[in-house]
Each structure stands twice: as C-alpha cells, then as structure tokens.
Ligand binder design. Structure first.
Ligand code: F0G
Length: 463
C-alpha cells in the first residue's frame, strides 16, 4: 500500500480512548439468518448481532470522563434537583432561551408542544418533515406542509444550504391558510431527512422577519443545531472567525422556542427538552409535562441524566470537537464519492446518505430499494444502517395513500466519539462490495405494517 503525501492537515479527534466495549464479529451465513428473522428490517436486529452499528446517532454517543463523573453527582430528589438547575443554566448559556422544561427525549417535547399549540385544522409549515415531529402535529389535529427549497429533494444538487426554507413557498402557505391557522413554523437545522443538510443564518433571519410580520411563532428543532452552526461557520460569509458557541446562540435567538433531542448534539444516551422565551407557553408546558413525563424539574429523567446533559452541551459547542465529529463523516463520504458511489451531496452533518434510487435503479420504489440496500449491507459486513425512503415516509394521514418521497435513501449514521477511522474504512469497503454486486439485488414486499411510524416495526420478505 502506498500513502500519498497529504495536501492538508487532518482532523484527529481531541480525545483519547480510556475504556473499550468489545464487539462481536459474525459470519455471512449467520447474518443471512439474523436479517431474515428480523423481517428484513434493521430496527428488528439484536444489537449483539451487529458489528458496526450505524443505525443512528441518537443516544449512541460516547460520554466523556467528565460526563461520567457528573453521573456520580446525580441529585435524585423528586423535586428541585441540583442537576435540573445545572441543565437550566447550560441551556440558557449556550442556546439562550429563558425557560426550560426537561423531557425524556425529543418526541416528548414535540408531543407537549403540539398538544399546547396546535388546534384541529391548523397548518404547520416546516423545512421537510421529520417522522416523529409530523406525527405529533397530526395527532394534535394539524397538517404539516413542506416549505424547504426544491434543491433539497435532489440528491445530486450541491447547494451549500439545502436545509433552507423557500420563502416564496412559506409566504404562499401563510397567504392561503391565513396566519391565524398557523400556530408556528417549525424549522430544523440540520435537516435530517434531507441528508443532514444545514440552513443558513441569512435564511433563518429571513424566516424570522416574515414570521414577525405575520405574528407567527418560530419553533426550532434544535436536535442538531450545533452541527448546523458548524456548516454556517464553514460556508457562510462572515462566520469563519466566529466560535460555534456564538453562532449557535445567534441562530437560536432568531426563534421563540425549541424542542430538543439531546441524544444527538448534546452527547448523551437519553434526554431532551422544550425551551422557550414565551412565558405563557412555558407555564402550560411545565404543567403538561407533569401529566406525561414527570415533575417539571426532572421530566422523565434521572438527576444524573440531566447532569450528563448539562456537561455534554458544553462539550458539544467546542470547535475542535465538532471539527473532528463532522470530519469523520466527511472522511467516509469522500471515500464513497471517490469510488463513484451515489450519495447525497454535499455530505451531511451526522451521516452519509446513499441514494438508493441511483444505487438500485432496477428496483421500483414500491419494492423498497433503500430497505433492501440496508439488508444487503448488513449481510455483507454486519454494518447496520437505516432506511430513509418510502418506508419512513409512511402514509398520508387523511387518504391513507403511501407517500413516495423523491429521496429514497440509506442513512449511514455516525455516532459521536464511538468509532475509529479504521471502522470507517471497513464501512466504505462494504458499501463498495455491495455496489459492485448491485445488479443482482432484488426488492422487498411488506408483510406487516404497524399503524404509527411503520419503519420501526414493519416486516418484509424478498419480493
Ligand atoms: N427531531 C429530529 C431532527 C430527530 O432527528 C429526532 C430523532 C427527533 C426530533 C426525535 O427525537 O428520538 O429523542 O425522540 N431522530 C432519531 C434518528 C431517532 O435516528 O434520527 P427523539
């Protein structure tokens, strides 16, 4: 093997490994059996049968020694835990919102927000749907409307901010529905379903201004907002010399409220929150959290979990941390681009997304090409990935018709601080192997479909 001279300095991780978790290697014949038993759905595999687990970056992060030390300082009081106040302080300091209600994870915050703000018949515009977010909007009687720019639906389009809102689309929705029917606009940065694509600060500012004119509340899905801040720093004029922490705060300041799955950016295994500057909303949320989660000073979490979150937030906005985190995702993505494998471009923040329509053009979308590709990757190497296509998109809440999204993707999601560059090499080589055998691939048929969020529990058979 030859090593070419590098033309740049690398992004090595700003940490070293103190504890390791052995993982089991499996054989090809075993994996064929495991995936069949799992109904050809990677969500139904047992984790011990997985070699490199790139299903999600949610709750799969490695905590630091400082976070683990914080776990020993859990104040497990039912009411008024010291860790709750530490968390409050961290959210106020780094995200800037005035009020905080902790929740056990992101969808719990979405549930509470939707129940409070949405009335039957309401419209919630957003920059592409997210599965749980849209479901909670629908369960509250609302309907989601996509106002993301068209470029986001094209996997090959290199637009630097594919998470941007199309302001003309948003304006049209406001005009047609009337501002009174829009309880809030829901903005995510980065946009998970678009391929981990960021929104620019300028675009968020324009959304803010439009909403201000119509007195519409702006909600941020802050799940990966620090990753979004990194792309603003790297790509948007005027931000190259600003710290991530500063950019994050400016970004959040353009919104009124945020829901958060702390299982991503905030480097913990469980946790979330709803934060807001609106005192009335805070008071309602603080009351409702007691019904669904637990007292407003723990929201379904242990004190130690809140401490780990407070410390994780501070670590997540360190520039060196994020450079290495996204650097690792880019490293994997660049390998695949070099080898001519179709992926969503630009490479996203939390994952590399394979374009399953281009990968398997012979498989019709009704036969779930992305789901089939997740299975073939698992069978090849024991690498677990996730379908983000027609299975995830589900059915229209009113008509029951299947959504056929333009993007039919496989998400290779990188947990934070968990795997090494050598793991990324193994993953890239497995994708190449599966790509080289792409012509033999066949689709799947769905044999069991649950009512809600079907991708989690659906079962398939070879078509
Ligand atoms: N919003 C976004 C953008 C998410 O990616 C997620 C979760 C949620 C909200 C819900 O948060 O899981 O804590 O209840 N995404 C995970 C994923 C499941 O794999 O992308 P949660």
């Amino acid at each position: 093997m030859s090593y070419p001279k590098p033309d740049r300095r690398s992004w090595a991780e700003p940490w070293k490994i103190k504890m390791v978790e052995p993982i089991r290697m499996t054989k090809l014949a075993e994996r064929e059996k495991f995936i069949a038993e799992a109904g050809y759905n990677t969500f139904l595999l047992r984790s011990e049968d997985v070699y490199i687990d790139l299903l999600t970056d949610s709750g799969t992060n490695a905590m630091s020694d400082r976070q683990w030390a914080g776990m020993m300082l859990g104040d497990e009081a039912y009411a008024g835990s010291a860790n709750f106040y530490n968390l409050w302080e961290a959210v106020t300091k780094y995200y800037g919102y005035k009020y905080l209600v902790p929740t056990h994870q992101g969808r719990a915050a979405e549930h509470i927000l939707s129940q409070i703000m949405i009335h039957p018949g309401d419209i919630i515009p957003g920059n592409m749907y997210f599965t749980t977010t849209r479901l909670h909007q629908e369960l509250a009687g609302g309907a989601f409307v996509d106002v993301i720019i068209d470029e986001a639906h094209d996997p090959a389009n290199p637009h630097p901010f594919k998470g941007n809102v199309d302001l003309a689309k948003l304006q049209r929705v406001i005009h047609e529905a009337g501002p009174g029917k829009i309880p809030y606009v829901c903005i995510a940065g980065t946009v998970n379903m678009a391929g981990g694509q960021p929104q620019s600060m300028a675009n968020m500012r324009a959304v803010r201004e439009l909403c201000r004119q119509h007195k519409i509340h702006v909600v941020l899905d802050a799940t990966r907002a620090v990753e979004n801040a990194y792309f603003i720093q790297q790509r948007e004029p005027g931000y190259a010399n600003k710290k991530l922490a500063e950019i994050l705060k400016e970004y959040c300041s353009l919104t009124d409220t945020c829901t958060m799955s702390a299982k991503k950016d905030a480097l913990v295994n469980i946790g979330g929150w709803l934060a807001t500057n609106d005192q009335g909303l805070y008071e309602e949320a603080r009351n409702l959290v007691v019904v669904y989660e637990g007292l407003h000073t723990y929201g379904g979490l242990a004190g130690r979990d809140m401490e780990a979150m407070a410390r994780g937030i501070a670590e997540s906005v360190e520039d060196d941390h994020m450079r290495a985190r996204i650097g690792q995702v880019q490293y994997l993505g660049e390998h695949l681009i070099d080898w001519g494998i179709p992926i969503v471009k630009p490479i996203g923040g939390h994952a590399v997304f394979l374009d399953a329509k281009a990968f398997y053009p012979q498989i019709p979308q009704a036969q779930f090409p992305a789901e089939a590709l997740t299975c073939n990757l698992y069978i090849d190497s024991g690498v677990r990935t996730m379908e983000r296509g027609v299975v995830s998109a589900g059915r229209d809440a009113k008509t029951g018709e299947e959504h056929f999204p333009k993007l039919e993707l496989v998400r290779i999601t990188i947990p934070r601080r968990v795997y090494t560059q050598a793991h990324m090499d193994v993953v890239a080589e497995s994708v190449l192997e599966v790509y080289e055998h792409r012509e033999q691939a066949r689709g799947l048929k769905m044999v069991y479909e649950p009512k809600y969020l079907r991708f989690f529990q659906a079962r398939f058979e070879p078509a």
